[in-house]
Design a protein around this ligand. Structure first.
Ligand code: ARG
Length: 457
């Protein structure tokens, strides 16, 4: 299609390095939609005749039907999806096909196609993230008052509820959704009509094509339009952050499912066996989610490196934009679906969670707080007194609430029997009723807000 000024055809290796059809065939639906919007505009502006436009539009429908049925044929000589589609159109309708590319370049065409693809990808990720939030909220409601240890440094810190822990992930996913929504809003200006880099002398109507393709309007600068891949990077950065959250949830499931923890039983449907150790149930799906997050970050880095230092406007380096976005999207979609399935179907071992919460002197802060509240002791001094009590409990091999009152009084005479009311894990979580705290009533309030926002019930 560009052979006019060449005496020789490309070397085989040139053909191979140049071709993007093996991967950009994935843009075929967007490419057809973009071409149909373009030719309708060319007809309305009387740049092509109604008859030619009708032949082109019907021909594009035929090409689309062929692609849908048989897949996109991969012919490296046709370079990319844009040339493949135009080539097939020419075979089907003959001469009028040559008018489709009037007032257009592959540079604005590919930017438009890819934006349309990323926009669809964002919409499908959004649906997946909503399903994950629904799963988290559902399980959180079930366990709004189930006590478990909260950790810092992976050391038992203070009792929390499992519902509170799961709702922490709901918050992360809410931020992920807002990042994808930001990316979508920023993306939604149409580059079509920017042509190769400078705009076009034909009397095109960019508002019309932008509206036909669901954009908010045309882009404002033709040079920027064909050289901008921010939208792909926005997608990859949002995907990286989302996958990072998924990897943290996956890691917790992996640790929690290990025998010494035994906080959760992953269902058979998300576990695998070992070919040698008959007793094994391995959390492979969660491990792959953890692993995929690294690959997604790698895809993000790949496109950052591709774009770094590129002069305006289009350079062929930019053809490398698509594989990392496609790869990251596939990995992210699978990761979201796998984590959603695990959250929905896992079995939390609540007696074990409670038992673990009761270990590790998790209510030591409650003892210190009690000394402040009831005996009016400054917090720093209360902290010291409590430390002494913990040291004694550890030496005796007892939980804090099993220390006899005489022993506690011997540490500080201001302690009396009422202290036991503060030392149970249930009393501890119930007391943390500050906004956003782990008290079951607080957790239920946050769950009610989340359910309303998600349109649940
Ligand atoms: N296959 C190319 C891409 O994906 C299309 C744009 C080609 N433009 C050009 N001037 N060679 O970026």
């Amino acid at each position: 299609m560009w052979g006019g000024r060449f005496a020789e055809g490309p070397a085989a290796v040139m053909r191979e390095i140049n071709a993007s059809i093996p991967f950009d065939k994935r843009l075929w639906q967007q490419d057809i939609a973009g071409s149909k919007a373009h030719v309708a505009m060319l007809a309305k502006q009387k740049i092509v005749t109604e008859a030619d436009a009708a032949a082109i539009s019907e021909g594009l429908d035929k090409v689309a039907a062929e692609y849908a049925e048989q897949g996109v044929p991969v012919d490296l000589a046709l370079e990319d999806i844009h040339m493949a589609t135009e080539g097939r159109l020419a075979e089907l309708i003959g001469a009028p096909a040559g008018r489709l590319h009037t007032a257009r370049s592959r540079n604005d065409q590919v930017a438009t196609d890819f934006k349309l693809w990323v926009r669809d990808a964002i919409d499908s990720v959004e649906a997946g993230l909503v399903a994950l939030q629904v799963a988290l909220v559902t399980r959180a409601e079930e366990h709004a008052a189930s006590v478990m240890p909260g950790f810092t440094h992976l050391q038992v810190a203070q009792p929390v509820t499992l519902g509170h822990h799961l709702m922490a992930y709901h918050e992360m996913v809410a931020r992920d959704r807002s990042r994808f929504a930001d990316a979508r809003a920023r993306l939604n200006r149409c580059p079509l009509g920017s042509a190769a880099l400078a705009g076009t002398g034909f009397p095109i109507d960019r508002e019309m094509t932008a509206a036909a393709l669901g954009f908010d309007g045309p882009t404002r600068n033709s040079l920027d339009s064909v050289s901008d891949r921010d939208f792909a990077l926005d997608y990859l950065m949002a995907a990286t952050q989302a996958s990072l959250h998924l990897s943290r949830l996956a890691e917790e499931f992996i640790v929690w499912a290990s025998q010494p923890y035994n906080f959760v039983k992953l269902p058979d449907s998300y576990s695998t066996g070992s070919s040698i150790m008959p007793q094994k149930r391995n959390p492979d799906a969660a491990e792959l989610v953890r692993g995929h997050s690294g690959r997604i970050a790698g895809c993000m880095t790949a496109l950052v490196m591709t774009m770094k230092g590129l002069p305006l406007a289009y350079s062929k380096d930019m053809q490398d934009d698509k594989p990392p976005v496609f790869e990251a999207h596939d990995l992210l979609a699978l990761s979201i679906a796998a984590m959603t399935g695990m959250v929905e179907t896992c079995e939390f071992v609540t007696p074990r969670l409670r038992q673990a919460a009761e270990q590790g002197f998790s209510t030591a802060t409650d003892l210190a707080d009690w000394l402040v509240r009831v005996a009016d002791i400054p917090f720093r001094e209360a902290h010291h007194i409590t430390g002494t009590a913990v040291k004694l409990a550890e030496a005796e091999g007892l939980a804090l609430d099993r220390l006899p009152i005489e022993a506690l009084k011997a540490i500080d005479e201001r302690i009396d029997e009422r202290v036991y009311g503060a030392l149970s894990v249930d009393a501890s979580v119930a007391s943390r009723a500050s906004h956003g705290g782990t008290a079951p009533d607080q957790v239920r309030a946050r769950i009610a807000e989340a359910k309303a926002a998600l349109g649940m019930e």
